[in-house]
Write a protein that binds this ligand. Structure first.
Ligand SMILES: *Cc1c(COP(=O)(O)O)cnc(C)c1O
Length: 408
């Protein structure tokens, strides 16, 4: 094994002592400054570079939103809010953080099945855009609007008649709990008009974690064409056409980063058609993982080093209760190791498994990987951990302590 850091993109450097550098400092110092392990570290400069880099390439007429469910840590959301055009929330809890961030309510949207009456009323009062996902939501929004003396702002979330090919997680096509089936959209649009809601556009989200530009381009085109079919049924002009996102990041050495060029070109083409198809409208893409995933590290410390029948196990003070996705239990079909590295390089290399303290074989952060050799007390890093980490993990399972998070 080469003395590389272990991350797939080779994006993280080591200092002369072999320690990983985070925000310009050796990892051990950063960890000490945030109060020890286990912890998530989110690199502020990397988030900034990623979001700015993408936004600069987006054609005018295309807005970039951050989907907060990828990582709702308040300090991170506040930072990202200053770099994007809007925030997408999926609960009243996320809505509170979004409003705290200083993002203008006009630029916040709310999607998700099963929004409660209270959540919908909160959304109306806040003045955010609600992506309607059922006929029931129309009535609830109309009543909330009457009570508050406000006109609820809505877009229609569509369950498309197709799915996003090659997606890590499909969220459209066939029978789904998300959105309203495309066939029912004409009827829904009529009800929105009758209820007197403020129609603003469509929301179409086909899937997540996609590394194939051709699949993303095709989905965006088909979403655009789909929305055109309802041209004569609109209760009000389309202002916002949300084409979803689904941009993925690589997790294994075999995965190549998404080639953004064709996706940007396609968005440019659609943005050019926009003024004639829907004058005054803009396109939105909403991304979570792509904006923050690569900027995050999950850091734990070796508690015990065990050899079982010739196999080395590094038992660490963190695991699936903090980072379910890294153990392969967050929707993955096949378990693959996340990129993992040891924060020292002076003891040679070996094949080792990294496991957490939970009494279940699922608590496996690295399965027989080639790693630098580690002893008790050494730090273990899981890369690509900025999205779907702490908030997407069963932190109560086995009643171990929670994990700290820091924006560094
Ligand atoms: C989860 C979700 C996202 C974010 O997906 P990523 O793969 O993290 O970019 C965006 N929009 C909706 C509607 C979602 O449910």
């Amino acid at each position: 094994m080469k003395a590389e850091t272990g991350d797939p993109a080779g994006a993280w450097q080591r200092d002369a002592d072999g320690e990983l550098l985070v925000a310009g400092q050796p990892l051990s110092r950063v960890v000490a400054a945030v109060g020890g392990t286990p912890c998530y570290l989110y690199d502020r400069a990397r988030v900034t570079a990623r979001v700015r880099g993408l936004r600069e390439r987006l054609p005018s007429g295309v807005q970039l939103h951050y989907a907060m469910k990828a990582n709702p840590m308040p300090a991170l959301v506040c930072h990202v809010a200053g770099l994007v055009d809007g925030l997408d929330v999926a609960s009243a809890g996320e809505l509170r953080v979004a409003l705290d961030s200083g993002m203008a309510p006009e630029r916040v949207s709310f999607a998700g099945p099963g929004k409660s009456d209270a959540e919908l009323a909160q959304a109306v009062a806040a003045g955010i855009l609600v992506n309607v996902e059922s006929f029931r939501e129309i009535g609830v929004l109309a009543r909330a609007g009457e009570r508050l003396g406000l006109k609820p702002r809505v877009a229609v979330r569509v369950n498309l008649p197709f799915e996003l090919k090659a997606s890590g997680m499909k969220m459209s096509g066939g029978a789904r709990q998300f959105g309203v089936d495309a066939e029912l959209v004409p009827e829904l649009l009529r009800e929105i008009a009758v209820a007197g809601l403020g129609f603003e556009g469509f929301h179409m989200f086909a899937g997540s974690q996609n590394l194939r530009h051709a699949a993303i381009v095709e989905a965006q085109r088909r979403c655009y064409e789909q929305a055109l079919e309802w041209q004569d049924l609109l209760p009000a002009p389309v202002r916002s056409l949300n084409l979803g996102g689904g941009f993925g990041i690589p997790y294994t050495p075999g995965e190549a980063a998404l080639d953004l060029g064709p996706v940007i070109d396609n968005l440019g083409g659609l943005a050019q058609r926009l003024p004639s198809d829907w004058p005054g409208a803009h396109i939105v893409i909403e991304l979570g993982r792509y904006l923050v995933g690569e900027a995050g590290l999950y850091v734990s410390r070796v508690v015990d080093r065990k050899v079982s029948r010739g196999q080395v196990f590094l038992v660490v003070d963190g695991g699936m209760h903090h980072h379910l996705a890294a153990t392969g239990n967050f929707g993955q079909v096949i378990r693959r190791n996340y990129p993992v590295a040891i924060n020292r390089t002076d003891l040679g290399t070996e094949t080792a498994s990294v496991v957490g303290p939970l009494c279940t074989p699922m608590d496996l952060l690295a399965d027989r990987m080639e790693l630098h050799r580690a002893e008790a007390g050494d730090l273990v890093v899981v890369f690509q951990s900025g999205a779907y980490g702490r908030s997407a993990s069963p932190r109560g399972f086995l009643s171990h302590p929670d994990v700290a998070e820091a924006l560094v």
